[in-house]
Design a protein around this ligand. Sequence first.
Ligand SMILES: Nc1ncnc2c1ncn2[C@@H]1O[C@H](COP(=O)(O)OP(=O)(O)OP(=O)(O)O)[C@@H](O)[C@H]1O
Ligand SMILES: [Mg+2]
Length: 281
Amino acid sequence: MGNVIAVVNHKGGVGKTTTAINLAAGLTRYSDVTSSCLIIDMDPHGCATSTLLGKLDGEPPARSVFDVLRRAITPQDGIASTIYDENIDLLPASPSLESMAKTQITDRLAKVVQALSTSYGWIIIDTPPDLGVLTQNALVAADYALIPTPCTGLAIPTLHQMKQLIERVQERQNIWLQLMGVLVTMKDGRTPLQKNMKKELGNVFGPNDVFRTIITTNIKIEEAPAASQSIYAYDSGCLGASLYRDWIKKEFLKKHQKLEKRKVEMREHMELTREAAAEEG
Ligand SMILES: Nc1ncnc2c1ncn2[C@@H]1O[C@H](COP(=O)(O)OP(=O)(O)OP(=O)(O)O)[C@@H](O)[C@H]1O
Ligand SMILES: [Mg+2]
């Protein structure tokens, strides 16, 4: 089963970390798959790491995903427990990940994920706001790419580059990578979503690749990380919690099921083609 999700967008401040954390927490609560979840923080700034460990002073953790990637420690030894209410573990980020970003190594995280995949129901990878080596590692390691984005005229054109990177990784390094979808985030609840913007978003990817749910701006979503809580633990009745919950239950999990089925069909097709070629040869 493919349960590794890379949360990507090279534009900064679009809700990647917020979505990664609330997706992970939501999956432990609402998915039938084993409820444990691992978050891998590939952003040297370590925002997910700070909130999940409750260390908002910015002090880097003693062991990080960088130590695992440079093979100084085993993947298992890099894992930290989080202080969140949900069953979420963490491979923490550290500023030294910046030095990995200067290399050409793009397949190292995939091996780490492979070693950990049987221990968790889901693995969510948070990424930095660029198209560089750290984001590429996440896409090579992932089964699915999830793209949070505001639906604005400035944000949409940059998504072409994100799409190109995903396609390049699919062609060269990870044929099983699929787009989970585009999630519109941080929409000002007071202004209506411009129809042409949503259409434009659908033109970059495909109309079926844009989730119907729209995550509006909500003060509780912004406050929850400072309390080191998911949105569901912080205020389960608030608008932000119900938006993320509905998205996971009504869209994300269904889309995941559909794409998993497609992957099985692709594998069977490839197997049959290989057998036919072998018989002919
Ligand atoms: N729906 C929302 N409503 C209100 N605030 C939000 C919402 N989503 C995210 N935020 C806030 O916006 C800021 C940016 O969000 P976040 O850190 O998730 O973005 P990011 O894409 O991970 O940023 P970066 O690219 O810098 O890593 C944070 O302060 C976060 O709390
Ligand atoms: Mg972030």
